[in-house]
Design a binder for this molecule. Structure first.
Ligand code: USQ
Length: 394
């Protein structure tokens, strides 16, 4: 499908997904504008960690981008939780589509204590409110693509639909938002965002795609493999996610750590699939005035299955054995549960998963082995120490 080049704004362009998405959109011919305040860089360093791959400063990043893609990114430095900042960007560039990837994204970070809980609540919710007001006042035709999470639904004992479901209760029928039941302050901010987006759509008929994304893994996308303009990669206990962490644990000879029984299931997708889906969501927009919810993941797996798969792939690659050690679960979550979420709408729009899990894990391990020295320095921040029940107050 050929799509006319569009003016696309990525809020959170310096992040794991933002930087990979910018490259995907550029390769599709779109004009990219980006904003960031480098929050993730700072907060990751505060827990004594860093991206495994060295990430150049933004100036050098943009230069590298220009050299490879022969395209400038116009960059705005600032905080999306500041309404004046968002209004200024909208006045300047009138984007046709805007991705909101500029929220605090770590569940464990939000559970460290009251300070982090409030920071996550305020920053995330306010940024989305700023965005819908700027859209309404300055650019009501813009398509807002907002990154939410599969974790909004929690793990109910029934199938999960995409956003809405039909219910019959006491003889009457209605179509209602699927119940949300999140498991961390972070995940609840995404629920609150979804409610706010739904309401903004009802008020002002804004065109919105609310993406319920699963856990993303991987070091490369098709574009990054060619450009070598790597995105950040976090593996510490606060900022790293399951599969990326398991791969890093294998490479650093630390035990792979399924939390608790390890039978908890989540939807997962590769970074390449994530940016493909986000691009499809933009190029195949909802109808005028529609609020659309997409469940965005490739397959669901148990944490145990992922740990065992990393162990197997690592053995095939290196001949060495990685240990699996179940550790006390630092989180408060069901460890044995039913899980059957729908994820049909993106397939209907043309999404097809691009790789397979084992190849992706192989690529992650190979990329990590190239950075053994940096990774070695991060060994001390890999094992879990943020226990959610012990979240500190004032
Ligand atoms: N887990 C382990 N061992 C580990 C790390 C995680 O067993 O060393 C387990 C967790 O207990 C959890 C599952 O793996 O059951 C997923 O945890 P995660 O850290 O990979 O992901 P999560 O905290 O849920 O958050 C991540 C992203 C977040 C995104 C979310 C999608 O950080 O931004 O919204 O994935 S989802 O999980 O579908 O809500």
């Amino acid at each position: 499908m050929t799509v006319m080049p569009m003016r696309v704004l990525i809020l959170g362009i310096d992040g794991y997904i933002g930087w990979a998405l910018a490259q995907k959109l550029a390769s599709q011919g779109h004009d990219i504008y980006g904003a960031d305040n480098f929050y993730t860089r700072r907060r990751v360093k505060e827990v004594g960690s860093d991206s495994v791959f060295p990430i150049p400063r933004i100036g050098a990043r943009l230069q590298g981008f220009k050299k490879f893609y022969d395209k400038d990114i116009r960059f705005f430095r600032g905080n999306v939780a500041d309404p004046k900042f968002v209004y200024k960007i909208f006045e300047d560039i009138k984007p046709e589509a805007v991705y909101h990837l500029a929220e605090q994204r770590s569940a464990p970070y939000s559970m460290m204590g009251l300070k982090q809980a409030n920071e996550t609540m305020i920053g995330n919710i306010v940024s989305t409110i700023n965005l819908v007001y700027a859209a309404k006042d300055l650019n009501p035709d813009v398509h807002i693509i907002k990154l939410g999470t599969m974790g909004e639904y929690g793990t109910p004992n029934i199938d999960i639909t995409e956003g809405f479901f039909e219910i019959e209760f006491r003889g009457r029928k209605d179509t209602l938002p699927f119940p949300r039941n999140a498991g961390s302050w972070y995940h609840w901010t995404k629920v609150h965002d979804s409610n706010n987006l739904m309401f903004a759509n009802r008020l002002w008929k804004l065109k919105i795609t609310d993406v319920m994304q699963g856990v993303v893994y991987g070091t490369e996308t098709n574009e990054i493999t060619r450009s070598h303009l790597y995105t950040r990669f976090d593996i510490d206990e606060v900022w790293g996610t399951a599969l990326n962490r398991f791969s890093a644990q294998a490479v650093t000879s630390l035990p792979i750590t399924p939390y608790g029984k390890g039978n908890q299931k989540r939807g997962f997708l590769s970074l390449d699939d994530s940016v493909n889906c986000l691009t499809i969501a933009m190029e195949r927009p909802p109808k005028e005035g529609e609020y659309r919810v997409l469940n965005q993941f490739d397959q669901y797996y148990s944490v145990n299955f992922l740990a065992e798969t990393v162990q197997e792939v690592y053995r095939e690659l290196t001949g060495k054995n990685a240990q699996i050690q179940h550790v006390d679960n630092p989180r408060v979550e069901a460890e044995n549960h039913y899980y059957n979420p729908d994820h049909k709408k993106l397939y209907d729009l043309g999404y097809r998963p691009s790789g397979n899990l084992r190849d992706e894990i192989k690529k992650i391990i190979e990329d990590l082995m190239k950075h053994r020295e940096r990774l070695g320095k991060l060994k001390k921040v890999i094992m879990p120490k943020t226990f959610w029940r012990e979240s500190s107050g004032l």
